[in-house]
Design a protein around this ligand. Structure first.
Ligand SMILES: Nc1ncnc2c1ncn2[C@@H]1O[C@H](COP(=O)(O)OP(=O)(O)OP(=O)(O)O)[C@@H](O)[C@H]1O
Ligand SMILES: [Mg+2]
Length: 238
């Protein structure tokens, strides 16, 4: 397993927001973490990333325990994170934003075909190439999302955690972001995706975890979820 959460518990103060979370992600997968508002999806990603410390439980990445490690160490081991709020630097150019994503300030092994370089990122995001000298604040919402994803790739992650990448985007842009994520996965990056848009999620993921309040309520293949109206009604649809 690339990533394994075992009985993870997280609190915000006295509020027990993750109660015994178990998730397994194999190399190469796109795993969906879906559920209604406030169930704990973002908190799960933040807990994996070390931004919120788990109270108990185990989080293993490539077989190593990472629960309790600080975020920069977790990032260094090869986990990239694109938060809901994107957090690009508005006063820096696209190029500078991307260069800030490089782990340790230097691209390791730039000659390796699998290494993410600016050139490779621009191949995936031609719009960013056109706007490379523009400040982040002049980008559209969709372009900012692409920049946030591109920046996380500059760290050469083997696992990418992405929180609602298509939120607030026009339908065509949602599809564009979906296609980019698919290409990134095909290029070898494993993905854990939090996504509200079921159509987008089902077209990307191989397996899903559905969250009820603070727990995982259902786990299955994309095909199983597609055919199970009852489960969708219980965990997803209004
Ligand atoms: N920093 C915080 N301090 C206290 N409570 C928080 C904090 N962040 C989130 N919560 C609460 O924890 C619970 C889980 O929140 P979380 O953001 O993980 O949900 P989510 O599934 O990502 O929801 P959404 O779909 O709206 O993004 C919610 O009840 C939320 O109000
Ligand atoms: Mg969230």
């Amino acid at each position: 397993m690339l990533l394994e959460l075992l009985n993870v518990n997280t609190f915000y103060g006295a509020s027990h927001v993750l109660q015994g979370i178990n998730i397994k992600v194999a190399k190469g997968e796109v795993v969906g973490l879906l559920g209604r508002n406030g169930m704990g999806k973002s908190t799960t990603l933040k807990t994996i990333m070390g931004l919120v410390k788990p109270h108990s439980g185990s989080i293993k990445f490539q077989g190593r325990e990472i629960a309790g490690s600080p975020p920069f160490k977790i990032a260094r081991q090869g986990i990239g994170y694109v938060p809901e709020e994107r957090r690009i630097f508005p006063e820096l150019t696209v190029l500078d934003n991307l260069e800030l994503g490089i782990r340790g300030g230097k691209i390791k092994d730039p000659g390796n075909i699998g290494t993410w370089t600016l050139e490779r990122i621009f191949d995936h995001f031609p719009k960013l190439k056109e706007r490379k000298n523009l400040k982040g604040r002049f980008l559209s919402g969709g372009e900012q999302q692409m920049l946030a994803i591109g920046r996380s790739l500059m760290g050469n992650p083997s696992l990418l955690l992405i929180d609602e990448p298509t939120e607030g985007l026009a339908p065509l842009l949602k599809d564009e972001v979906r296609d980019i994520l698919k290409a990134i996965n095909e290029a070898g990056v494993t993905i854990v995706l939090v996504e509200h848009n079921l159509r987008i999620a089902l077209s990307l993921v191989t397996r899903v975890y559905l969250m009820g309040k603070s727990h995982i309520g259902y786990e299955g293949s994309t095909e199983e979820l597609r055919n199970n109206e009852e489960i969708r009604a219980m965990y997803l649809e209004a």
